[in-house]
Design a protein around this ligand. Structure first.
Ligand code: COA
Length: 114
């Protein structure tokens, strides 16, 4: 199962702190805020959330439940919460792979569930 999403970075320019906190987890916020191009980072995470919803074909999940973390080498992954594990079980799937890319104007993410 595959999902992809692309978003304009400037979509996130005027979001309030509360807006970010509704969509992004504390971990995602502190990761993104380390970087000067933090809007690109937020946009990439947002793309992962939408791409995951497309891949899993279930829009009952709230965005904050889909959390993007990183390995020591910087590779992004989706945290395996109880809710996500349950969704995967329902679909008879077990792995989630993601990839993110961003530049000044756009971010894109792909999610593959197998
Ligand atoms: C990781 C790397 C491929 C990213 O490519 P890039 O064109 O700079 O940036 P992109 O916007 O396409 O990708 C950035 C995203 O890649 C992902 N990423 C970072 N490290 C990764 C890794 N080890 N594996 C997979 N994905 C990775 C992250 O999701 C990152 O976005 P995020 O931190 O906001 O989540 C690149 O920085 C790299 O390989 N660096 C190490 C090698 C290097 O610097 N060589 C020198 C070249 S001469």
């Amino acid at each position: 199962m595959v999902g992809i999403d692309i978003e304009k970075i400037n979509r996130f320019e005027h979001w309030t702190k509360e807006g970010y906190a509704r969509i992004f987890t504390d971990e995602e916020i502190s990761y993104a805020m380390q970087f000067e191009n933090y809007l690109e980072r937020f946009c990439g995470f947002f793309c992962v959330k939408e791409a995951f919803i497309k891949a899993i074909d279930d829009d009952s999940i709230v965005y904050k439940e889909i959390e993007v973390l990183h390995t020591d080498t910087g590779k992004p992954y989706i945290k395996r919460t109880e809710y996500i594990n349950e969704l995967l079980k329902e679909k008879h799937k077990s792995t989630i792979d993601i990839s993110i890319s961003h530049c000044k104007e756009y971010a894109v993410a792909i999610v593959i569930i197998e």
